[in-house]
Design a protein around this ligand. Structure first.
Ligand code: ADP
Ligand code: MG
Length: 237
């Protein structure tokens, strides 16, 4: 076991197991996984379908709980916290970007981006300024009153990224953010994530595309709910 300085780690997972139970079946989606992510890192997660990538992201994002193991966020043990405390921690620190954009159909671009600020209890005046700034940053201010159905996929994902950054999150989690985009829009999304990373955001991104993973500083390979080691890591054992 290599001793690591965990003082600056934003995320530390220790021996994480996640079992999914159905009537007839128990699936181990994560199988004793250890992972440390430092503040400011840009990490990509790759691996075959069913290897546990989304499960891992949902646990990191505190929208799902591990069955066994410890998750430390900023040094704080998540499993020991009440549901409400976890929800508060999530709201003030974590944003998601999804493959299918997940905008609310009945809300305009502006209203979609504003929503997390409403949940945070930000004043109307500040909400307006920050929402407009986030839309402008993604070059979507001219579509502020459009509904998702009136936007292209690339535009919807830009609104979704504006929604993700409007809260100035500590951690951005992206689950195949370019999965539904053409190559030009994929490039725009990846360059935006890279820029956010350069400005200090911590980003964990699931992807199938090596071209996307190349934007990250390192890649974590999952297989059957655990991390595959690199050749260098095997060599260092
Ligand atoms: P990936 O994102 O890498 O494709 P997932 O994390 O979605 O993988 O799934 C990992 C494993 O857990 C798969 O075998 C999948 O079938 C199973 N699984 C995921 N979610 C559930 C669920 N809600 N109920 C039962 N099994 C699930
Ligand atoms: Mg998945």
């Amino acid at each position: 076991m290599i001793a690591t300085d965990t003082s600056e780690s934003l995320i530390r997972l220790e021996q994480i197991y996640k079992f999914h139970f159905t009537d007839t079946l128990q699936t181990a989606a994560l199988n004793g996984l250890d992972l440390t992510i430092k503040s400011g890192e840009f990490v990509s997660i790759m691996g075959p379908s069913g290897s546990g990538k989304s499960t891992l992201l949902n646990i990191l994002g505190m929208i799902d709980k591990c069955t066994r193991g410890q998750y430390y966020f900023k040094g704080q043990a998540i499993n020991a916290l009440s549901k409400r405390k976890v929800a508060d921690l999530r709201k003030s620190n974590i944003s998601f970007v999804f493959q299918s954009f997940n905008l609310i159909d009945e809300l305009t671009s502006f209203e979609n981006v504003e929503l997390p600020l409403i949940y945070q209890g930000v004043s109307r005046q500040e909400r307006r300024a920050r929402t407009e700034a986030a839309l402008a940053e993604l070059e979507m201010l001219h579509r502020r009153d459009h509904y998702p159905a009136q936007l292209s996929g690339g535009q919807q994902q830009r609104v979704a990224i504006a929604r993700a950054i409007v809260t100035k999150p500590t951690l951005i989690l992206a689950d195949e953010p370019t999965g539904n985009l053409d190559s030009e829009n994929s490039r725009i999304v990846m360059e935006k994530l890279q820029e956010l990373h350069k400005n200090g955001s911590t980003i964990v991104m699931v992807t199938h595309a090596q071209s996307d993973a190349n934007y990250a500083q390192r890649t974590v390979e999952l297989f059957d709910g655990n991390i595959l080691m690199t050749e260098q890591e095997y060599a260092a054992l």
